[in-house]
Ligand binder design. Structure first.
Ligand SMILES: [Zn+2]
Length: 363
């Protein structure tokens, strides 16, 4: 994997991440394909709208259909017919957020499946085995996601557990699969610094910030984002995990983060919340009942070019499958377009103006 800087504007960076399955232009948004599908989208549609990489969730694929099944069917790319890069998370975050019962020990975590209540174990070895069976292009180390709130003592213990697991994952890394480390440390600056130092000592292909957007106040989250970014090596990709509110993305790109993932555009689309150049709208509202205009007059997506707000409202209220499809097409297109324009603004040295123009729309 090769990572090159093209342009910088302040601390914001436009870079190229070259993988065996294609080039990723950063800042990059990764649509979330939780169980091996970006909900309601075909791979061709994703490509057409410019998605260069997607994220799949190890936890979900391990539980269903199982990584061995996916391996026997040719790996995640063949399984879902997506030939561009795939990043898999380690499963740690979903164990933390979805499993009703979990017990974290020094060698891994015992957890209960949210699907059928069966018990499972996920340690660094298992996390790497599963991601290798899936055959993702970028794997993540197993981390212990420090909950909010946490004491300094707890965050410290959790951080060293993550460091030990990161070391073990690194030893198991195989050629052809990049591996990213994950900075933890809760809301404590000394711990975030320590975490970054330890991971850099081990040495990874990229570095992520984890344990944010887990219930802490926004100000604290923004403080940790701007504190963490400069701790990470300049010559490696920096990935801010799970944060995709575009206002937060702007702040994070401003501090030097490159990669993002979030279920927001897809999940909100299915719930009828749509992102537009004039702010968010809820398509179910009465005011759109007889509205002949496009969802977003400035958007060039299939949905906006072909359908009225009145029709989209009707589909949504009637719970038609096409509603989810058209809404998702628009929201993902809008996100990818936003990232492309943000990248362009960095290349042209206009990132600050780009931010100033979008901030009032995004809040
Ligand atoms: Zn659109």
């Amino acid at each position: 994997m090769k990572f090159t800087h093209e342009h910088t504007d302040g601390k914001a960076r436009a870079c190229l991440l070259e993988t065996g399955r294609g080039v990723i232009h950063t800042p990059s948004f990764m649509p979330v394909g939780t169980i091996g599908t970006v909900k309601a989208m075909s791979p061709d549609e994703l490509k057409e709208m410019g998605a260069e990489i997607i994220l799949c969730n190890t936890y979900h694929l391990y539980l269903r259909p199982g990584h061995e099944i996916i391996k026997s069917l040719g790996g995640i790319h063949t399984f879902m017919n997506w030939d561009r890069p795939v990043l898999t998370d380690s499963g740690g975050f979903q164990v933390y957020s979805l499993s009703a019962l979990r017990k974290i020990e020094d060698d891994g975590v015992h957890f209960k499946s949210h699907l059928d209540g069966s018990m499972h174990f996920l340690g660094p070895k298992e996390a790497m085995e599963i991601q290798q069976a899936l055959g993702s292009d970028i794997a993540m180390v197993l981390d212990d996601c420090t909950p909010y709130p946490s004491t300094h003592e707890y965050a410290f213990t959790s951080l060293y557990r993550t460091v030990r697991w990161a070391e073990q994952c690194k030893e198991l890394q195989r050629e052809g699969q990049a591996l990213f480390g994950i900075v933890q440390g809760g809301l404590f600056e000394d711990l975030r610094r320590k975490s970054a130092e330890e991971l850099i000592r081990i040495g990874f292909d990229g570095y992520a910030a984890g344990g944010l957007s887990v219930g802490e106040p926004k100000d604290d989250m923004h403080r940790m984002i701007s504190f963490t970014a400069p701790l990470l090596p300049e010559d490696k990709p920096r990935y801010l995990m799970g944060i995709g509110d575009l206002g937060d993305v702007l702040k994070a790109v401003e501090t030097g983060f490159d990669m993002f993932d979030c279920v927001m555009p897809t999940r909100n689309a299915r719930n009828g919340t749509l992102f537009t150049s004039r702010g968010r709208i809820s398509i179910k509202r009465e005011e759109f009942k007889a509205d002949p205009g496009p969802l977003d007059p400035e958007c060039q997506c299939y949905t906006c070019l072909n359908f009225s707000r009145g029709y989209l409202r009707h589909l949504f209220l009637s719970k038609e499958i096409l509603s989810m499809r058209l809404n998702t097409i628009h929201n993902l297109f809008f996100y990818l377009q936003f990232f492309e324009n943000m990248r362009k603004s960095i290349q042209e040295g206009n990132f600050t103006e780009f931010g100033t123009r979008w901030k009032p729309i995004l809040t």
